[in-house]
Design a binder for this molecule. Structure first.
Ligand SMILES: [Zn+2]
Length: 575
């Protein structure tokens, strides 16, 4: 192991051609060199580990090479190339501004600027992390940058372009380095694996590349680490095991559970993940990534944004198409809310469970959908929505709710004087929380509205009377009511308004008590949800409006002695 060299160093690119993942940029640089159009100052921007410093060195080597190749690469053989590779060339001076950012440090550079190159054409000054220079150092440097000798080329590198002073930016030709794609990293690691006799599996390498987050240098040091601990056999399993990465299979399974509304399995899976020692926030963010990948995979136009191997991409596409696009918007919202709430949640496990439950309910709302509880749906609507969600539920209660809703609409009808030409109103209610934006709920509401689309068929007295009798027939046990109905002689007072006349307040009360059920029956029979019924006391029939029930009875008994007999028997039996 003495001559063990870390891959990042061993496979550091020596030529532009061997730089991974920056093809466009390196060919531009190469063209500038071959056509001899060199700037005096370059700014290389980009995340860490993407090859900025490597490119700066290759650049320095190439412009000083004594025998450049036909396609403009350094020969890597000549004296100059070798000296630069060894780091002993006087023509290349490097300063890491991250640790050397004082005025004195920069003076060390600027003083050297006046010394001409030896054995080559250019002196190249590479200042890494240039944004870290103190403002005094910046100012000292600026003067040199303004008017350097012809043989001097500055290459400034930074991970934070926005922190570089505009006066410096304006004097540099800027090159933006990209994050290395997963694909490029996997390819490079495959190559290194072949060279080093390490067995690699593309899925394992992908796990490494993902962990490296766009930085080739990081990918290679992780590669070394996994190669060592897996004894030279990098598989998907050895990679996730070594890197403590959560198997994406968990997320695929989880989304299937969301689709089928399988809350229990989702919660159990979360328990397994916790048991494996994974952090809940990490899990939540991983899930968000997965959902984002699915959303990207769902649309062929964005599918290429998916940074993954072909067969995993296919798996994403397959799962992606099993869900409506709206699901993703809702799911992203739920996950984002969860992420925001996580920091302040006192019970984080509970929060994650809640998120999982919500995600499981996006397509299959519970009965009642618990997220509707904190909304301004009136209770009746909740019950109805629940009934829509679970059509098997029995309905008597629901009918009453529908009835009361319709009555409300009657009132509004009358108050705003609308007529039957008005389109049936579907009350739109805002629902608090994420569910409003959730299309599956919107669909549900639309379905629900469709189900309770109001009927408004023409009604005549004959049909009304048939329904009136049918109700009595079906509800003979309601003696007082049916008796009152029998004697009420209903009449039509408007297109959908009816009036029943009774002889006593007790009968009005009987109607009032049965009204929801009665109206539901009549409206359904007559297919008109706007039907109204008033019950009034007929003054000509009224014995006396003022009579309390006792006296009413007394009067009845006087009129009908048989009734008195019946009442006496009844009282005796009860006594
Ligand atoms: Zn050379």
């Amino acid at each position: 192991m003495d001559n063990y060299i870390v891959s990042a160093r061993k496979y550091r690119p020596a030529t532009f051609r061997s730089v991974v993942g920056q093809k466009a940029l390196t060919s531009t640089l190469k063209n500038a060199i071959t056509s001899d159009r060199l700037a005096q100052a370059y700014l290389f921007c980009g995340p860490r580990g993407v090859g900025k410093t490597s490119c700066a060195r290759i650049f320095a080597k190439t412009i000083n090479c004594l025998n450049p190749t036909a396609d403009g690469e350094a020969c890597c053989e000549c004296e100059n190339c070798k000296a630069i590779e060894r780091g002993t060339s006087m023509n290349v001076v490097e300063l890491d501004a991250a640790s050397n950012n004082s005025v004195d440090d920069i003076r060390g550079i600027t003083d050297q600027v006046q010394t001409p190159p030896q054995g080559g054409k250019y002196r190249v000054f590479i200042i890494d992390e240039v944004h870290m220079l103190s403002s005094a150092a910046f100012n000292a440097f600026l003067k040199t940058l303004e008017e350097p000798p012809k043989y001097v080329i500055f290459i400034l590198a930074t991970t934070e372009k926005h922190k570089v002073l505009p006066t410096i930016l304006s004097r540099c030709q800027t090159y933006d380095f990209r994050r290395i794609t997963i694909e490029d990293m996997v390819e490079q690691m495959q190559y290194i694996g072949q060279q080093e006799g390490i067995k690699t599996d593309p899925h394992g390498l992908e796990v490494i590349a993902r962990k490296a987050d766009g930085a080739m240098r990081d990918a290679l040091s992780i590669f070394d680490q996994v190669a060592a601990s897996s004894r030279g056999n990098i598989t998907y399993e050895s990679a996730i095991e070594n890197l403590n990465v959560l198997d994406y299979d968990y997320y695929f399974r989880l989304v299937d559970m969301f689709r089928t509304g399988d809350i229990s399995s989702a919660l159990l899976l979360y328990r397994d993940v916790r048991a494996k020692g994974f952090d809940s926030l990490f899990f939540l963010n991983g899930l968000a990534d997965h959902v984002r990948n699915l959303m990207v995979a769902a649309d062929p136009r964005t599918a290429e944004l998916l940074e993954t191997s072909k067969d995993v991409a296919e798996r994403y596409t397959k799962q992606a198409t099993s869900l409506p696009l709206q699901w993703y918007y809702a799911a992203m919202k739920v996950l984002n809310d969860g992420d925001v709430q996580y920091r302040t949640a006192t019970n984080k496990q509970f929060l994650v469970e809640l998120v999982l439950i919500r995600l499981s309910q996006l397509l299959k709302p519970a009965t009642p959908p618990f997220d509707l509880v904190d909304c301004d749906f009136p209770l009746g609507d909740i019950t109805d929505a629940a009934r829509v969600a679970a059509p098997s539920q029995s309905t008597p209660q629901t009918v009453a709710h529908r009835e009361s809703l319709s009555e409300r609409s009657d009132k509004s009808d009358r108050s705003n004087g609308s007529d039957r030409s008005e389109a049936p109103r579907i009350r739109k209610r805002s629902v608090s929380g994420f569910r409003l934006n959730d299309n599956s709920v919107q669909e549900k509401v639309a379905q629900y509205a469709e189900q309770r689309k109001e009927h408004r068929e023409r009604v005549d007295l004959e049909a009304f009377t048939r329904a009136w009798l049918a109700y009595q027939q079906a509800n003979q046990q309601q003696h007082i009511l049916t008796s009152a109905m029998r004697n009420s002689d209903p009449r039509q007072t408007g297109e959908e308004a009816f009036l029943a006349m009774v002889g006593h307040p007790a009968e009005v009360q009987a109607f009032e008590l049965a009204m929801p059920q009665l109206m539901a029956f009549l409206r359904q029979q007559l297919r008109n949800d706007f039907l109204t019924l008033r019950v009034e006391i007929d003054p000509t029939r009224a014995v006396s409006k003022q009579l309390p029930p006792q006296e009413f009875l007394k009067e009845c008994v006087e009129k009908n002695p048989a009734l008195g007999e019946l009442l006496r028997k009844l009282q005796a039996e009860l006594a």
